[in-house]
Design a binder for this molecule. Structure first.
Ligand SMILES: [Zn+2]
Length: 614
């Protein structure tokens, strides 16, 4: 088969369909499918018994993450294998199948391989350093042809067959990865719904029950949301019975939360807990068991945790309470709301269980000290937003639109605005201006979980010298740092979507992604030489880039964690090797950085850079 027909064969969608549209089509297909098909039917279309999970790594890997772990804005959709903090460990196919998808991306799973197996199971390997040679060659060919680093292909079942135990790639740290590891995932091929690989027979030893570190009693403040709840936190240290003294009145609503994790072995990291329950005597008042979910549902993790406390204190409590907007399908019936009356002096049991059935049970005796009175609960001031109702809040200088499911519960928002006189800091060309351009809008509290995005508009009087397309919405953190959001300036209002509360302003981003001093380094994995091009952080983010060596396009690999581009030189590079490097980067608002320079590779990886004369 020649190159051209090979490449043509790989695309199930026309190569001319823009990437965003293909993603769009994919998501539309996915959500349609899953709204029509009940989750149990998704499961029945897969015969996981056909998936025989053989060895994926050379030795039995230690886990740094398991299925369903509560991560930032998502549940972990697979198992993470440790790779001894190195890269380049071989990865093997656990079962026969064929490569159905190859994706190279700057973010997400980085270099990811998807294998379809008999029985309707797809396995996924993420953050790889490299694929096995024939896939690598095909990817390189496609990158050269399209002159981009990010590529994706969908080979048909005949092109890249794999057999159990076959080498399929090498471990790495590509994409949105916090350190070298292999992300291994199993999905139902049809619905693309990830499920716990342990359900398909992937085994790891675990004889240690989950750990419960703290128990929290929450007393909600009417209509104000979790951010204003009162919390009684009790640290527990290997106790099985816990006496909790509260000052609740008999009919006062309260619910329970806890901090916990699972352990599998001494060398494993803290893992997520597969299942937990809250019981009054024998009857279950709240339960959760995560074995599978849809990517559409993964953000509801923010409704399962005490998000406001997590944002403020970086401590994650899991709720035994279903917020009104929590649509996770794997919660038992009941919202977990309790009163002292309803418990009728029976003990509460909090149970946490792992996949192997190791269980920890803590008995909670809620002791009421009636002499104590709840602190006077003050309803916070602000605008009440009802869950399920779209609302618009506006003043002369801002407008905030919430969707019916923007929050997971009723909340109270306090919005304030003041003139912003500091926005000029990121606008180079207008640094001399002292005119007030926009407003600083504080949407408080700043730690509320958002599901459907809010639409925020802020009034702007643009600087005459700055093009309208350069203005972006930015969130100002407590240290004064800016986080850029996209937005559109129209008729003196900048409008953008936000998924955080906090302080927002408008800035003109007129600074291109700037290249800092390049340097040579030996690649740890191949031993080959690489040229590293580090970039200054850019408010809008690098959306496009191009590298040329001696006027020929070369594939620069984008390292997202380091905000740098790496160009690899295969084979030995002689001292004194000299070449012309051209780099061009562009950010989301169209600021372009271009650089041309002669680079000489010196002895001992010393770099010798001469700036091109203009
Ligand atoms: Zn992972």
């Amino acid at each position: 088969m020649n190159t051209k027909s090979l490449l043509l064969n790989m695309f199930k969608v026309p190569a001319t369909t823009p990437q965003f549209l293909r993603n769009r089509l994919h998501w539309i297909g996915l959500s349609l499918f899953c709204s029509l098909v009940y989750s149990q039917q998704c499961l029945s279309q897969t015969d996981t018994s056909a998936f025989k999970s053989g060895n994926i790594m050379l030795t039995e890997p230690k886990l740094s993450g398991n299925f369903g772990e509560l991560r930032s804005n998502h549940f972990h959709s697979g198992i993470d294998f440790k790779t001894d903090e190195t890269e380049g460990l071989p990865v093997f196919a656990p079962c026969d199948g064929y490569v159905s998808r190859v994706k190279v991306s700057r973010s997400g799973y980085g270099k990811a391989l998807y294998i379809n197996h008999p029985g309707g199971v797809t396995s996924v390997y993420g953050h790889l350093r490299a694929f096995y040679p024939s896939i690598n060659d095909t990817v390189t060919m496609l990158q050269q042809q399209k002159k981009v680093f990010d590529v994706e292909l969908f080979p048909d079942s005949t092109l890249f067959k794999v057999t159990a135990g076959q080498l399929i790639g090498f471990s790495g740290n590509t994409g949105s990865s916090q350190g070298p590891h292999v992300h291994f995932e199993t999905r139902h091929t049809l619905s693309e719904r990830p499920f716990n690989p342990e359900l398909a027979g992937y085994q790891f030893s675990d004889t240690i029950p989950p750990v419960i570190k703290a128990v929290v009693i929450y007393v909600p403040v009417k209509s104000a949301g979790l951010a204003f709840s009162e919390r009684y936190i009790t640290e527990i240290d290997a106790v099985n019975i816990l006496n909790l003294t509260t000052n609740l009145s008999p009919s006062q609503n309260f619910f329970v939360g806890f901090e916990g994790y699972d352990l599998a072995g001494v060398e494993e990291n803290n893992l997520g807990i597969r299942a937990y329950r809250l019981k009054i005597g024998d009857s279950t008042v709240f339960s959760c068991r995560i074995d599978s979910f849809l990517f559409d549902e993964t953000r509801f993790v923010n409704a399962l945790i005490d998000y406001p406390y997590w944002m403020q204190n970086r401590r994650k409590f899991t709720l035994c309470h279903k917020l009104p907007g929590n649509e996770l399908p794997f919660l038992g019936s009941g919202d977990g709301m309790l009163t002292i009356e309803a418990i009728q002096s029976k003990p509460l049991f909090l149970e946490a269980e792992d996949f192997k059935g190791n269980k920890t049970v803590v008995e909670l005796n809620i002791v009421n000290a009636s002499s104590l009175r709840l602190q006077n609960q003050v309803i916070p001031s602000g605008s009440a937003i009802k869950y399920g109702v779209a609302t618009t809040l506006k003043e002369s200088n801002y407008r905030l639109k919430t969707q019916s499911k923007s929050f997971y519960e009723d909340v109270i928002l306090d919005i304030r605005s003041e003139p912003d006189t500091t926005t000029r800091q990121v606008t180079r060309q207008v640094a001399t201006s002292t005119r007030q351009v926009t407003w600083r809008v504080a949407i408080l509290p700043d730690n509320i979980a958002i599901n459907q995005p809010l639409e925020l508009s802020i009034k702007v009087e643009p600087e005459p010298l700055v093009h309208e397309s350069k203005y972006v919405l930015a969130r100002v953190d407590s240290a004064g740092n800016l986080d850029g959001y996209s937005g559109v300036l129209k008729d003196g209002w900048l409008t953008g979507k936000i998924r955080n509360t906090g302080i927002f302003t408008v800035v003109a981003d007129t600074i291109a992604p700037i290249l800092m001093e390049p340097y040579f380094a030996d690649d740890v994995y191949t031993g080959n030489l690489k040229l590293v091009l580090p970039f200054q952080p850019d408010l809008s983010g690098i959306t496009d880039y191009k590298c040329l060596i001696d006027e020929k396009w070369v594939c620069g690999e984008f390292n997202t964690a380091r905000n740098s581009i790496e160009i690899f030189f295969p084979g030995t590079v002689a001292a004194g090797y000299s070449f012309k490097l051209e780099v061009k980067t562009e950010d989301r608002v169209g600021n372009i950085f271009a650089d041309k320079r002669q680079i000489v590779y010196g002895n001992n990886t010393q770099i010798n850079i001469k700036k091109h004369e203009k």
